[in-house]
Design a protein around this ligand. Structure first.
Ligand code: ASP
Length: 320
């Protein structure tokens, strides 16, 4: 794989994949999503234009989505079985394969920034639960009270899930949930900077009514998040258990590295064939070292956006 010698920059983001149907969306809500995606991509793009790093760009994009209650991350994180918001996040850079991740963290305003601190300022890669919170207290990390994370629609979704004894993807259309039209999701970003470095970041509240310290694919390096300058940067969204079993992000990288597949061929094989064979619903965003972007999904829709160089940004929600 060649390096970025032609000064390409690229950024792609997602806000979750799932049963997202035009028929269930109001114009106002659609506008709110589009604006949120546009704001996140613009913030990240301006960092890349100024020569900033892909790691900075993906962190800023994800933070912007975490701060928006429309998405299942940070402020809008779903509720676990115990009524708490337990969040997972991961960030990875493709030059030295450095990564940082946190799982099951509570009251952290921006879990992605905590993941970055794990990467940059700890000797470890992955911190969970109380330990991760203890680590956060030793750093300048913003904490928020429970109220900050309370989003009425997510709480209603949690009560329904609990009553039906279901564990739900935030945007899964079960009969009960689709009545409430609650279709939001995990967030992620991938970027290529002017130095030819790739980075990926993913942040989530996981699944509504999850129990027993359940951790999804998002914070797991190689499953929901991966970056390698030799191949690609990937951030996934979908049913985490299946994405873990398929080691989705790393599989795409391996298909490129060992089988010489293009980004598109590798993404299509994993999302539209390998994942489907095991019942894995969802999608991902991917960038290669030349700035090519792919955003495949095998669900009804995926909140997504991309911008390459100075092109007009693409923003999409439904199947094309
Ligand atoms: N992949 C996430 C998880 O399983 C959920 C999502 O993408 O919305 O935790």
């Amino acid at each position: 794989m060649k390096k970025n010698t032609i000064g390409n920059i690229s950024i792609a983001i997602h806000g979750g994949a799932g049963t997202i149907l035009r028929s269930n969306m109001s114009d106002t809500l659609e506008r709110e999503y589009t604006n949120a995606l546009k704001e996140a991509i613009d913030k990240a793009h301006s960092i890349l234009v100024e020569g900033g790093s892909s790691v900075n760009a993906v962190e800023v994009a994800v933070k912007s989505l975490e701060d928006n209650p429309l998405f299942n991350a940070g402020k809008g994180a779903v509720f676990s079985h115990n009524g708490e918001n337990e969040m997972d996040a991961c960030i990875m850079e493709g030059e030295f394969l450095k990564a940082g991740a946190v799982a099951g963290v509570r009251n952290i305003k921006n879990p992605i920034s905590l993941a970055r601190l794990v990467m940059a300022e700890s000797p470890h890669v992955f911190l969970a639960n109380e330990g991760a919170i203890e680590f956060a207290k030793t750093k300048k990390v913003a904490f928020e009270p429970n109220d900050y994370f309370f989003v009425k629609s997510r709480y209603d979704q949690y009560i329904i899930a609990k009553e039906n004894d279901e564990i739900m993807l935030d945007h899964t259309s079960t009969t009960a949930v689709s009545k409430n039209n609650n279709k939001f999701g995990t967030v992620g970003a991938v970027a290529l900077d002017l130095d030819g470095n790739l980075a990926a970041a993913t942040s989530t509240g996981g699944m509504t009514n999850k129990r027993f310290g359940r951790i999804g694919d998002s914070p797991i390096v190689g499953a929901g998040t991966y970056a390698n300058n030799n191949t690609c940067a990937i951030s996934c969204t979908g049913h985490g258990e299946l994405f873990i079993r398929a080691v989705v992000a790393h599989d795409i990288s391996c298909l490129m590295e060992y089988k010489n597949l293009t980004l598109k061929e590798a993404c299509d094989l994993v999302v539209h064939s390998k994942l489907i064979k095991i019942g894995g619903e969802g999608g991902l965003i991917a960038i290669d070292a030349m700035g090519n972007v792919e955003m495949p999904f095998n669900s009804e829709g995926m909140y997504r956006a991309m911008k390459k160089n100075n092109d007009v940004p693409f923003i999409g929600i439904y199947k094309m």
